[in-house]
Write a protein that binds this ligand. Structure first.
Ligand code: ADP
Ligand code: MG
Length: 581
């Protein structure tokens, strides 16, 4: 058994009892369906023939009671399989959904760099639904179909062998037809799934960027792009429904043909007194019990395909090992001073051809305020993202207080680093929730203190419900500067000894930049800080400026030292910053 199948079966484990009960009731229900025609046969062949009305009435009454009892059992079984069976599937889906969400939390940045969120969402929704359907309908269908098929087969032989052979002469044809159609439908369903995943990705992309769409007044362009995808989807659906139409009508035709053949053959046998009317009637009832599982089995193969390919896609993701994980003997940091050293660090993105940089050597003292300068795309953000191990160094190592960051538990490492970026992501919820994201244990007073430190308290108090104002998804009801101050408050609350400000004020207007800058400086006090900024004021005050170029660190020094050097920084300074002075 391969690992995937093992994993699939492992989801049954917690529900083994429920599963067995489900199978039992499926078995019960299908066995009962085999009994009814038998009773019909008994009534027509025995009772109506051998007894007169006054004698047969009480017997028929008794049989009716038997049938009612059977109906009650069937009712219970059906209720159980429909309710508990579906619940078992739903619980298995619940477990899988938890597993994949947990796995999503573990996967590294490099994974998300190459994914469309909409497609990942599809994995959790559509794909898992297919799996659930398989989980409980699959085994049920197999049981029900086999019982009905085998039972009906033996009863048919028992009633009349030549007629049974007549029926079976159709079955191979039916199977060939069904298998052929199944192949076509499988491909069609696969296309459907790909197309719906594309559409979901497109919707996600569009809605995330709806402000850009509107600012470019590109609604019509988006609509026509969307229509293109949506058209592909409907074309794909048309194709699969066409195949489904052929499939189902074909099977219906086969069933009708079998019935006609049996009636023709049976009529002949009745005329020759080989069988009687009751037998033919019973035979026809069982023929349908026999054909039914053949149809079901074919549906099942389709369900199996869908479910297994849904599970494969689920498993594919579950199998992706996060490329950055704790070593078994990783340690937790305590009392971090904040000394950071890059030793011969080189870095290359997974799918890139060239290194972003090589030979980075840099020693940063605890509490030092370092500015990173360099043209856009040179690797400033990348260099900073190596410190919290968002990406792993390709060569060399980075240490915090002399400890290789690879030897530190990720959670502990990241708890000690605060990041303020240009783009602020705020979660759905209140201002309070969003600041508290920095420290779940913080009291209301802690949150307010952090907000005051971040120059956010005053504007928060002016919001309709103060700290308990719902800021909506992505915090759209706040200005850029306000959002930035919330994100700073979050870091105040986290209180890490190491900070990274990556263009934190770059998108702000002058006025809010000043307020944000002020709170950033307050935050930076007594913490090791890396600042990436394009504004002179931010950089000038740095204790040390690091100039990053294509081939590594070009210059380091204070603003004055670097100006005096007349090197890269002096050039950059004249070019970009002179106008600001
Ligand atoms: P900076 O912050 O100095 O503007 P970055 O660190 O963002 O520069 O980018 C450095 C280089 O790495 C650029 O060439 C950029 O295209 C590339 N890069 C950035 N992020 C990724 C990523 N997630 N995957 C692959 N390449 C990336
Ligand atoms: Mg950058």
């Amino acid at each position: 058994m391969n690992k995937k199948t093992k994993k699939f079966l492992s989801y049954y484990k917690p529900y083994l009892g429920l599963f067995m009960a489900d199978m039992f009731f499926a078995l019960l229900a299908s066995s009962i369906s085999l009994i009814y025609p038998m009773i019909v046969r008994y009534i027509t062949n025995e009772i109506l023939v051998k007894y007169d009305i006054s004698e047969s009435a009480p017997i028929i009454m008794k049989l009716l009671f038997v049938m009612l009892a059977l109906a009650a059992i069937e009712f219970l079984s059906t209720f159980f399989t429909a309710y508990k069976g579906h619940m078992m599937g739903a619980k298995m889906e619940y477990d899988m959904r938890n597993d994949i969400f947990e796995h999503f939390q573990k996967l590294s940045f490099s994974f998300y760099d190459n994914q469309k969120i909409g497609q990942l969402m599809t994995r959790i929704t559509n794909d898992l639904f297919d799996v659930t359907e398989l989980c409980h309908h699959g085994p049920e269908d197999i049981i029900i179909s086999s019982i009905k098929f085998i039972g009906a087969f033996f009863i048919l032989i028992n009633i009349n062998l030549p007629l049974t052979l007549l029926v079976f002469s159709f079955i191979p044809l039916m199977l060939v037809f069904a298998l052929f159609m199944r192949g076509r439908m499988r491909r069609a369903f696969k296309r459907n799934r790909e197309k719906i995943a594309d559409i979901n990705a497109q919707i996600e992309d569009n809605l995330s960027g709806i402000r850009v769409v509107k600012s470019f007044a590109n609604e019509a362009v988006e609509m026509s792009k969307f229509k293109e995808g949506n058209n592909k989807f409907i074309d794909s659906k048309r194709n699969s429904y066409l195949n489904m139409g052929i499939f189902h009508s074909g099977l219906t035709l086969f069933t009708a043909l079998i019935n006609v053949a049996v009636i023709a053959g049976g009529g002949l046998f009745i005329a020759k007194k080989i069988i009687n009317v009751g037998d033919l009637l019973t035979f026809l009832l069982y023929v349908n019990l026999l054909v039914d599982p053949v149809k079901k089995l074919i549906n099942f193969t389709e369900q199996f395909q869908n479910g297994m390919s849904g599970f494969s896609r689920f498993y594919e993701i579950l199998e992706i090992e996060p490329d950055i994980v704790d070593k078994p003997d990783a340690i937790s940091l305590n009392e971090v001073k904040g000394e950071i050293e890059f030793k011969n660090v080189a870095f290359k993105y997974n799918d890139a051809k060239e290194d972003v940089f090589r030979n980075i050597n840099l020693k940063v003292k605890a509490g030092e305020y370092i500015a990173l300068v360099g043209s856009s795309g040179v690797g400033k953000t990348t260099m900073c993202s190596l410190i919290p191990r968002f990406y792993e160094v390709s060569e060399g190592l980075i240490t915090i207080d002399g400890i290789d960051i690879k030897d530190i538990k990720l959670k502990s490492l990241r708890k000690n680093i605060g990041i303020v970026q240009q783009d602020v992501y705020l979660f759905a919820g209140t201002v309070m929730d969003n600041i508290r994201y920095g420290n779940a244990n913080a009291t209301e007073e802690d949150v307010i203190r952090a907000a005051k430190n971040a120059n956010a308290h005053d504007f928060i108090m002016e919001l309709p419900e103060g700290y308990y104002t719902d800021i909506g998804q992505r915090g759209v009801k706040l200005s850029g500067g306000q959002k930035q101050r919330l994100s700073i408050a979050r870091v105040f609350l986290k209180n890490p000894p190491i900070l990274i400000f990556d263009e934190a004020t770059s998108s702000l207007d002058n006025e809010s930049e000043k307020v944000v800058q002020e709170s950033l400086e307050k935050l930076a006090k007594n913490r090791t800080t890396f600042v990436i900024a394009h504004r002179l004021s931010t950089i000038k005050n740095a204790q040390r400026i690091i100039v990053l170029a294509e081939d590594g660190i070009k210059e380091t020094g204070t603003h004055e030292e670097l100006l005096a050097k007349e090197g890269v920084y002096a050039g950059l300074y004249r070019l970009a910053y002179s106008s600001q002075e």
